[in-house]
Design a protein around this ligand. Structure first.
Ligand SMILES: Cc1cc2nc3c(=O)[nH]c(=O)nc-3n(C[C@H](O)[C@H](O)[C@H](O)COP(=O)(O)O)c2cc1C
Length: 154
């Protein structure tokens, strides 16, 4: 067994294959998007999902005060979108959005989109867990998912 330090911990967790999402919020009509793979389902009834964000994130205050958000599950063709939204202050001019029902914005051409109401925030360690009630959904059966394993897209 290895010692649990940050390097070994990150490497071990990277062996868990995930999908890739971009979580979008809107504040004063400015859209914020962040690449997130800590997304997971939480409850079927009521329909709840969760994800976590580092409390050190440059836009954490905006995410903490939002009421509604979208979780956009990326397709294999959207590696560039994932890289784009993992940058600080990504340029939004090149990205196409669709308006949601609650002053929200969806990313186009995703394998699935969820419109959510933020219902709880739990601070744990250096991350904050966001618990969201899913209020609108859309999916595409023809696209393949973007996956992340060993710190690389697969
Ligand atoms: C595939 C992938 C998954 C990521 N998942 C998360 C995540 O679940 N939570 C998180 O806080 N940051 C995650 N990040 C990092 C953020 O996208 C972003 O790079 C980081 O928050 C730094 O930018 P910021 O300070 O503007 O938030 C991920 C990055 C990549 C490339």
């Amino acid at each position: 067994m290895k010692k649990v330090n940050i390097k070994n911990f990150k490497k071990t967790l990277s062996k868990f294959t995930t999908g890739v999402t971009v979580v979008c919020v809107k504040d004063k009509n400015i859209i914020y998007g962040k690449t997130v793979n800590s997304f997971n389902s939480l409850s079927l009834n009521p329909p709840l999902v969760l994800f976590s964000l580092g409390n050190y994130s440059s836009s954490i205050k905006t995410y903490l005060k939002t009421k509604y958000l979208t979780i956009n599950i990326l397709s294999k063709k959207q590696k560039n979108i994932s890289n784009h939204f993992s940058k600080k202050n990504p340029d939004l001019k090149s990205v196409e959005f669709i308006n949601g029902n609650n002053n929200t914005s969806f990313l186009k051409d995703c394998i699935a989109n969820l419109e959510c109401k933020l219902v709880d925030k739990i601070k744990k360690g250096d991350h904050i867990i966001f618990i969201c009630k899913v209020i609108n959904i859309k999916h595409n059966d023809l696209l393949k998912p973007l996956s992340y394993y060993n710190s690389k897209y697969i």
